[in-house]
Structure formats: structure tokens, C-alpha cells
Design a protein. Structure first.
Length: 354
């Protein structure tokens, strides 16, 4: 005689088995992999348009972006064809096995009133479901492995474009303007740690690296009113806190800080003439990558990757800038940046037109 206590565990296992078979009905057709292919196809088709938009917004560097996107688009049709053919090859046997599992599940359902008689079939069916799930997982890996090299390239390019797109959005919202022919290289969310050790009151904002300058813009919401330590009013603060010619960068050091040593920090040192001699920043990207970016910008390596050329007349203005003030004769010690229309003598205040 079946007792309630013996029936209850069986019903729990049977319900779990039903759920597993239901998931397999979706999985054996490799619908997850089909979805990956559809998303990958969309991402690949969107690459040229995303790059064209960045160029129209003024992003001037990485002149290989278009070629990289074109190469990916050219390679995709063959890879997609192979992957879809592999899906069809893999799904046939999996669906056939699923039909057998479904038939056994239906038979098991007729024995639910007699758990003792049903238990051996339950055990065999659980093993069959686990085996089919393993085969399904292996089939997914087989298909995904066939597109992995191209998928990795798309992922890498997608990540690069996302960072550049974020920078262009921040520049469009910035409270300052770039100089004529000045172009953004990268931007990152950052905190300017004014006393090296990060404090809650330190300015939170965006660090911009251009081919001419390093710029920190404070951009955050600050509490203006609190009741019982709960913020009840805020105001947005957006201000240019400092800008330094990248030519004055002398040293940059990365570090990992924080309780778990998972925070990326940068220590920057600048040559005389900079508005700040040292700067400490907590940034929300890989600090080592930023060391490379800063050093490349300092050595003007990015000029070799330009996709948008600079007007020669603008460059000539920098080359022909006076070394002495025409009014008082004092030496000009300021860094003359490309795109500047004028500069002010630090001694007499005379405005020198370039």
C-alpha cells in the first residue's frame, strides 16, 4: 500500500524530472546557440555604422577600425554557414533521444500511483536525462567553438567601440570645448584624490585624454541637504577642475589599492609649467592600460594612427609661435597647443595672436 510519506518524495522527484525534460525540449534544438548567432550577426552588421558615427563625431584615431570591421564582415558568412550546418547535424540525434525520454516520462506518469513499481524506471530516466543534457552541452560547445575566433574578435572590437562611444558622449556633455583639431583619445570615470588618500569629499568626474591635453572635469551630484543622515536634496556639479598639456607629463605609475586591492589608481607627475605638479586618481578602467595610453599620447604615437588628417595651416601656427612676447620681450614659457588662437604673456598680460 502506498503511504503519503512514500508518495511525497516520488512526486517531488517526478516534478523535478518533468522540469528537466521541459528544459531539454528547448535545449536540444540548440536555441541558445541560435540566439548567439543572431546576436553576433546583428553586432557584426552594426560595426560599420558605429564606426562611421564615431568618425562623424570627430573621433580621429585608430585608422584600422574600418578595415577590422570589414575583415570581420567578410569572414562572417562562411563561419555562420559552418555553424548553422553544425547545428543541424547535432540537433537530429539529440531530438531523437529526446523523443525516447519523453515516451519514458509518459509511461512513468502512468505508474505514479505505485512509487515502488515506478522507482526503477525513475532511476533509468534520471540517468537518461543527465546523459542527454551532457550531450546537449557538448553539442553547444562544438558549435560555439567553430565561431569562437571570430566571436572573440567581435567582442574585442565591440568593447573598444563602447569605450570610445562613452568618451564621445561625455565630450558632447562636457562644460568645456576641445581646441580646433584637438581629438579625444579616451575617457574614464575617475575620482581626483587631492590628498592622495581617497576621501568622500574628493571630486568625482571624468578624466579625458586627448592628443593635446589631460583634463579632469568634475561631474557629480552633491548632497545639499540631509535629514538624520539621509540625503533629501542634491545639486549637480559640473566644472573643469584642471587641464594640463600632455607634453608636460613626466611620469605615470599604476597601483592597486582598496581593501581588496581591486581599485585602479594612477600617480602622475608633471614638468614645471603645469598647473599641478602631481596628481593622484582613482579610475574605473585598467590602470596599466592607461599607462600605455598616456605614454603613447606623450610621445605622439597616436598621430601615426590618424584617420582624420590635421589642417597643415593649423600645425604651422604652432611651429611659428613666437618665443618672446612682442610687447615686453619676456620669454614665452607656456606650452603652445595646436588649435590655440592666442596666448597671454605671463609677465605683462599681453594677448599674443597666433
Amino acid at each position: 500500500m502506498t503511504t503519503p510519506t512514500s508518495q511525497q518524495p516520488f512526486e517531488t522527484e517526478f516534478s523535478s524530472l518533468q522540469s528537466a525534460v521541459s528544459r531539454l525540449q528547448h535545449a536540444v534544438r540548440l536555441n541558445h546557440v541560435r540566439g548567439v548567432l543572431e546576436r553576433l550577426d546583428t553586432d557584426i552588421n552594426n560595426l560599420p555604422g558605429r564606426i562611421a558615427t564615431l568618425r562623424s563625431q570627430g573621433y580621429a584615431f585608430e585608422n584600422t577600425l574600418e578595415a577590422e570591421a570589414s575583415h570581420i564582415q567578410s569572414a562572417w558568412p562562411a563561419s555562420e554557414t559552418i555553424a548553422r550546418a553544425e547545428i543541424e547535424t547535432q540537433t537530429g540525434p539529440l531530438v531523437s533521444e529526446l523523443r525516447l525520454v519523453e515516451a519514458q516520462l509518459n509511461h512513468l506518469a502512468t505508474l505514479r500511483s505505485n512509487p515502488a513499481q515506478a522507482r526503477p524506471l525513475m532511476a533509468r530516466l534520471q540517468t537518461a536525462v543527465q546523459t542527454l543534457q551532457s550531450k546537449t552541452d557538448a553539442a553547444e560547445r562544438t558549435v560555439l567553438n567553430s565561431i569562437q575566433p571570430l566571436r572573440a574578435k567581435v567582442s574585442t572590437l565591440h568593447s573598444r567601440l563602447e569605450k570610445i562611444e562613452w568618451m564621445m558622449k561625455q565630450l558632447a556633455e562636457a562644460c568645456f570645448k576641445l581646441l580646433a583639431t584637438e581629438s579625444g583619445i579616451m575617457a574614464v570615470k575617475a575620482v581626483w584624490c587631492q590628498d592622495v588618500k581617497e576621501r568622500p569629499e574628493d571630486p568625482d568626474g571624468v578624466l579625458y585624454l586627448t592628443d593635446q591635453r589631460l583634463i579632469f572635469e568634475q561631474k557629480e551630484e552633491i548632497a545639499t541637504k540631509k535629514v538624520l543622515f539621509i540625503t533629501t536634496a542634491k545639486e549637480k556639479v559640473q566644472a573643469l577642475r584642471w587641464e594640463i598639456p600632455i607634453a608636460l607629463l613626466q611620469e605615470v605609475k599604476p597601483s592597486k589599492q582598496g581593501l581588496l586591492k581591486n581599485e585602479d589608481h594612477l600617480d602622475l607627475r608633471f614638468a614645471p609649467g603645469a598647473s599641478l605638479q602631481t596628481v593622484h586618481l582613482h579610475i574605473w578602467q585598467d590602470a596599466n592600460e592607461w599607462v600605455q595610453l598616456l605614454n603613447r599620447a606623450h610621445t605622439r604615437d597616436f598621430d601615426q594612427t590618424r584617420a582624420l588628417k590635421i589642417d597643415e595651416t593649423v600645425q604651422e601656427k604652432v611651429k611659428s609661435a613666437p618665443s618672446q612676447c612682442p610687447s615686453c620681450g619676456a620669454n614665452i614659457t607656456q606650452t603652445v597647443l595646436r588649435g590655440m588662437d592666442s596666448l597671454k604673456c605671463e609677465y605683462c598680460g599681453y594677448t599674443i595672436r597666433l
